[in-house]
Design a protein around this ligand. Structure first.
Ligand code: GUN
Length: 314
């Protein structure tokens, strides 16, 4: 039987609804409207679409949403100046600078200039260190979304073997920390890993985040594995049509896995959902407030019945 698709689009919609409810609560209880500033440098078409989507969903959920589009030749000093203004603006709770940046700008100088309490991407070394140390932190959005999706099909992750392919600061590295904290045994793999197919075949959960179209084949999976595809690769098919595909050969993997995320409509929408959730978290903690509805970001997770673990054959 083919794997069940994990519907990231629907799960993210539910997450955004919960965030919108919290925004309404913040307004009703404290007269606070959380503010998100999204900064895009240059006109990379993919980044432009991502930024538009982030700003649109922020607005729909009731945030004050601001977009800053700077030309590709903007100076680093000018960008740092904007970040300084956003840091000082109390109506802004979250600052996101879309990556990648043009080559003449030092990415780390920019990321480190963002006030860590407004760092809703969780990329500032302060938050990276806090996450690694097990302290409350703003955590990168895509890894939060991945763990959330996994928890919709397995509530207790403890003891499971996970292979994460790809070790980026945005996805692979923080995922290793989150999954380790959840009790998983995490193998941090990459394209250079020897016997990658064999290692992948030993895992209960395979997470592909290497940026390599169709990397994970059907025979890389043990029967019943859970497959999370973080890849977003633009490819041109034999008819000359461009389309988006993940890092997993979906048709093959569906024949072996128990659950699998599609591309698009899997992990992508969750990243935006957690950007909004992180912005509420930042607004609440920066202002020393409490919504009285439980801790964040755990309040946004959707644990389901442990029996799903059995269904997944793990
Ligand atoms: N570029 C690709 N993914 C991301 C992300 O999650 N945040 C930012 N700021 N840039 C990205």
């Amino acid at each position: 039987m083919d794997a069940v698709k994990i519907d990231g689009k629907a799960i993210a919609e539910a997450l955004r609804d919960r965030v919108a409810g919290d925004v309404a609560l913040l307004q009703a209880k404290f007269n606070v409207t959380p503010g998100l500033a999204v900064v895009l440098i240059g006109n990379d078409p993919a980044s432009s679409v991502y930024v538009k989507t982030k700003a649109k969903h922020a607005q729909t959920a009731g945030f004050k949403s601001q977009q800053f589009r700077l030309p590709g030749d903007v100076s680093e000093a000018e960008l740092l100046g904007l970040i300084g203004e956003l840091n000082a603006d109390n109506s802004i709770d979250g600052i996101l600078v879309q990556l990648p940046l043009p080559r003449h700008i030092d990415r780390w100088r920019v990321l480190e200039a963002i006030d860590p309490t407004k760092d809703v991407d969780g990329f500032h070394p302060y938050n990276v260190g806090r996450l690694a140390a097990g302290r409350p932190a703003l955590v990168p959005c895509t890894p939060l979304g991945v763990v959330h999706l996994i928890r919709t099909v397995v509530s207790d992750l403890s003891g499971l073997d996970v292979v994460v392919i790809g070790r980026s600061n945005i996805v692979g590295k923080p995922l290793g920390v989150l999954l380790g904290d959840a009790g998983c045994t995490v193998t941090g793999a990459q394209l250079e890993t020897r016997n990658l197919a064999r290692r992948s075949r030993e895992a209960d959960i395979v997470i592909a985040a290497a940026g390599c179209a169709g990397l994970v084949r059907g025979d890389w999976l043990k029967p019943g594995a859970i497959v999370i595809d973080v890849g977003i690769n633009r490819v041109v098919d034999s008819t000359g049509t461009a389309k988006l595909v993940g890092d997993v050969s979906f048709a093959e993997a569906s024949k072996r896995a128990s659950y699998i995320t599609p591309v698009p409509g899997g992990v992508g929408p969750m990243t935006v959902g957690y950007l909004l959730a992180n912005t509420v978290s930042a607004a609440v903690s920066r202002r020393g407030l409490s919504l009285g509805v439980g801790p964040r970001p755990a309040a946004y997770s959707h644990p389901t019945s442990a029996s799903k673990l059995v269904q997944a054959g793990l």
